[in-house]
Design a protein around this ligand. Structure first.
Ligand code: SF4
Length: 265
């Protein structure tokens, strides 16, 4: 565990997609998520759960947020040390952040709780929601996202469809491509995207090294230079493979697709 002092607000970090982003971590010191993705920048998830609770009181987060006034950023992003929809005070945090800063808000979620009406309702307070969808098959979900037992791809997909029907903000789908997908996987993905019709798709590759143990600064951007702790560099597909998939999706669906820039070293 890192010895850095914990603050529930961090950054700003520079995001290739969203510009200058101030981060809010509603989860706290112990990394907590319903997934344990092989590429997670937090390291191995310390507490895997689907149980929602208040991890950090909203008042505490707002106090930390004041230290960053006047919030000279493009967006305020809720992600941090795990899955933000596990925070039972998510709606309250989003509302108070908006009242205070008047900045656009974004929630990055793994989508595993979208079948819960209260989670979908909480997310309606966000201007943007970005949902992770890395797998087209249960096997890929197991291998890449390593979910808590009982989490099934069909449930994630159903929750996502319900959310798409209800949510009036900007919905993007984030997909991490670790290895080249075969024709069937690409066709399945494109069919799902056509049906879902998100506002945008983002194709990602693991541009950050994965810490072997939990590091608090995993919440923020890593440089690709040396880290003071042990990391694992993950293999990624080439920029050409990513670009070809982007073009294939755009041609088939008309949905704009953006690609993560390749690592610089
Ligand atoms: S969903 Fe996000 S926080 Fe959770 S394990 Fe995957 S990458 Fe890490």
């Amino acid at each position: 565990m890192t010895t850095l002092t914990f603050s529930s607000v961090y950054g700003p970090v520079k995001s290739w997609r969203y510009g200058r982003s101030l981060g809010i971590d509603p989860i706290g010191q112990v990394s907590t998520c319903s997934f344990n993705c092989v590429y997670c920048q937090l390291g191995e998830i310390e507490h895997q759960t689907s149980e929602r609770k208040v991890f950090i009181p909203t008042g505490h987060i707002i106090q930390d947020l004041w230290r960053f006034a006047p919030w000279d950023v493009d967006i305020i992003t809720l992600s941090g040390s795990g899955e933000p929809t596990l925070a039972l005070n998510l709606a309250e945090i989003l509302t108070r952040v908006k009242e205070l800063t008047h900045k656009p808000t974004l929630v990055l979620t793994n989508g595993t709780l979208l079948s819960e009406p209260t989670v979908r309702a909480a997310l309606t307070s966000a201007d943007r929601v970005s949902v992770k969808l890395d797998a087209t098959t249960p096997d890929l979900l197991r291998r890449v996202n390593r979910p808590l037992q009982g989490i099934e791809l069909t449930d994630i997909w159903q929750g996502l469809e319900l959310f798409r029907a209800e949510y009036e903000g900007h919905l993007s789908i984030q997909t991490m491509i670790l290895s080249k997908w075969d024709d069937k996987a690409r066709a399945d993905y494109i069919a799902r995207m056509k049906f879902l019709a998100p506002d945008e798709i983002q194709l990602n590759i693991p541009t950050r090294p994965k810490p072997l143990k939990r590091q608090l600064d995993g919440r923020e951007n890593h440089s690709h230079g040396e880290s003071s702790y042990a990391v694992q560099i993950l293999k990624c597909v080439s920029a050409e493979v990513l670009q070809a998939f982007k073009t294939e999706i755009e041609n088939a669906t008309g949905i704009p697709v953006s690609c993560a820039p390749a690592p610089s070293n």
